[in-house]
Design a protein around this ligand. Sequence first.
Ligand code: 5GP
Ligand code: ZN
Length: 140
Amino acid sequence: MLMAARYHTHFLEEGKWSDYMSGAGENNDCLFCKIVEKKIPADIVYESEDIIAFKDIEPKAPIHCLIIPKKHISTINDIDGSNSNIIGLMYEAVAQLARSFNVDKDGYRVVMNCNSNGGQTVYHIHLHFLAGRQLSWPPG
Ligand code: 5GP
Ligand code: ZN
């Protein structure tokens, strides 16, 4: 029991216990779970209890960030009543990022790709936040 208590305390001290309980970064094979767990580095621009946002490694616009839930969800197809609250939290992060990058007035684009035809390459849902230039429509 003492060992368990120490273990819990360690998690609490590291700020990881709530993440552990909610299944954050739970998929060992997932690149973005490793970013959530800070096992691989990323340029983090926003973090809350449930959400993290970081700069895309291959930016497609002057500002290109990825907003992800800490908890692993593979694709939009896995969204249901049990986890859909995370989508609102992701858009709260978008609104805050838009203000902090000072692009809220000029505008920006938010995109979530799904599976092969949608162009998804990382199977942990993420919003692309693109800003800083005129974006064309329709997308390619
Ligand atoms: P998707 O193609 O799945 O919609 O978007 C995946 C995005 O993740 C791409 O824009 C890609 O550049 C980005 N990406 C892939 N690997 C890494 C990485 O290790 N670090 C960061 N910051 N972004 C990555
Ligand atoms: Zn993941």
